[in-house]
Design a protein around this ligand. Structure first.
Ligand SMILES: *Cc1c(COP(=O)(O)O)cnc(C)c1O
Length: 453
């Protein structure tokens, strides 16, 4: 049956000939998107780029510099996507570009050890107190997938707890969200994830410690660990409530399970030493990505010696990578971390993001559009709901249709936001007060246009 379906299926868009029956593209972005859909599923290499959550055609980006990007039609935007988090220095930062040029000239990959990967590993271990040793990989997905395998290897147990609304990359067992209750086994979010595999993932409610305790009461002996975003970023920004992370630490320690912080977004974002230092809770394992690659594909997982000793070739947990730790990716990461070490960096990020959040709060209040802005350091989300927004259920109360209208009104006026309500916005060191003040003024006019107030 599957073979038959394959044989009779055709690309939905003809690869040659005229675009009869299609809307004629008007802009270069529309042309490119029409072409993209002939060769790439949905025209994108990562689903949320497709604008499906907000409608319309994605803009194709031509180039970026600092806090600004330009699309292929020549429109300029103040960018708050920041490539979904990595670009804490902004686009094409001179130090990163210089490091990349130099690295490229010396060869991009050898599949043999290089000095530079030791330097990046050392920078990470020195920065994040809970990381004694670290393994570099190529994406956040790989980091989380590997950390979970390691937690299972270390504890000799199979089950993992994740929280509904938290994202840890697209590995099979992590593409699972809430079933009908916290006590039920996970239901696969994605087709193609075996039920048997998904059933090893238990789903709890973010900011609800009792939902975790209930799972431990039933499955305690089988739970290898909990993976959590210490500041949720992938349902929009939702900070951990007071005592929540401490509670996870207590419960896991008592049960002999591992606590894994997925700091792929928060690492080097909310603090140079990670969310774990900002909030004073120490995990057993940490996943990193995004910023540590400075815009190139890098991830990492690390933790205590006694756990990291399980990783091959020291131990029996196998994990490998052809391009892991390559000089090019590592150069961009190191240049980024060195810039972040400059005094005052995180105060500046905090100040700039606070200016933006305060300004937007005023604008939304004046426009009488119900909203709630969550911010931790330089990551923030404005939810179209009166709030407070502390749980996934409260997140889901947001008016996504209103967000879509606001998103397009902002885009039309030169501000590039994440094309979904349920994402974080990122302020970089390249955003100036002028960028922020212009964004706030644009938001005022965008709200007027979108909601006719
Ligand atoms: C982005 C992200 C990942 C996945 O990283 P990729 O590099 O996209 O594979 C994992 N965890 C969190 C918290 C993320 O935000």
């Amino acid at each position: 049956m599957v073979g038959g379906a394959f044989l009779t299926s055709r690309p939905p868009v003809p690869r040659t000939g005229s675009s009869v029956g299609l809307n004629m593209p008007n802009t270069r972005s529309e042309q490119l998107f029409a072409d993209a859909q002939k060769y790439i599923p949905g025209g994108v290499n990562s689903p949320v780029r497709s604008f499906r959550a907000v409608g319309g055609t994605p803009v194709f980006i031509d180039r970026g510099s600092g806090a600004h990007v330009w699309d292929v039609d020549g429109n300029e935007y103040i960018d708050y996507l920041g490539s979904w988090g990595p670009l804490v220095l902004g686009h094409a930062h001179p130090a990163v570009v210089e490091a990349l040029k130099k690295a490229a000239e010396g060869g991009t990959s050898f599949g043999a050890p290089v000095a530079q990967e030791v330097e990046l590993a050392q920078l990470i271990c020195e920065a994040v107190p809970s990381i004694d040793a670290v393994r570099l990989v190529n994406s956040g997905t790989e980091a989380c997938m590997s950390a979970i395998r390691l937690a299972r290897a270390f504890t000799g147990r199979n089950k993992i707890i994740k929280f509904a609304g938290c994202y840890h990359g697209h590995a099979d067992g992590l593409l699972v969200k809430a079933g009908s209750g916290a006590m039920t086994h996970g239901i696969p979010t994605s087709a193609g994830v075996p039920e048997s595999y998904a059933s090893e993932t238990l789903v709890a409610d973010f900011n609800d410690l009792s939902s975790v305790e209930s799972l431990f009461a039933v499955h305690g002996e089988d739970i290898a660990g909990i993976i959590v975003e210490p500041v949720a970023g992938n349902m929009g920004v939702v900070p951990a409530a007071d005592g929540f992370l401490e509670g996870l630490r207590r419960v896991t320690s008592a049960a002999g399970a591992t606590l894994i912080f997925d700091e792929v977004i928060t690492g080097f974002r909310v603090d140079y030493r990670g969310a774990q230092s900002r909030f004073g809770v120490t995990p057993d394992l940490t996943c990193l990505g995004k910023i540590i690659g400075g815009g190139l594909p890098v991830g990492a997982y690390g933790g205590r010696w006694e756990i990291m000793e399980m990783v091959a070739p020291l131990g029996p947990m196998y994990q490998a990578g052809t391009l892991s730790g390559n000089p090019l990716a590592v150069a961009a990461g190191m240049a980024t971390l060195r810039e972040l070490q400059r005094p005052g960096t995180y105060d500046r990020l905090e100040e700039t993001a606070r200016r933006l959040a305060d300004g937007l709060k005023g604008v939304f209040a004046r426009a009488e559009v119900p909203s709630s802005i969550n911010r931790v350091g330089s990551m923030l989300t404005g939810f179209f709901t009166p709030g407070p927004v502390e749980t996934l259920a409260q997140v889901e109360a947001s008016d996504t249709e209103a967000y879509g209208r606001y998103f397009h009104a902002m885009l039309d006026r030169g501000v590039y936001l994440a094309p979904s309500q349920f994402e974080a916005g990122f302020v970089s060191l390249a955003h100036t007060n002028d960028d922020i003040d212009r964004t706030i003024a644009i938001a005022e006019s965008a709200l007027k246009a979108a909601f006719e107030v």
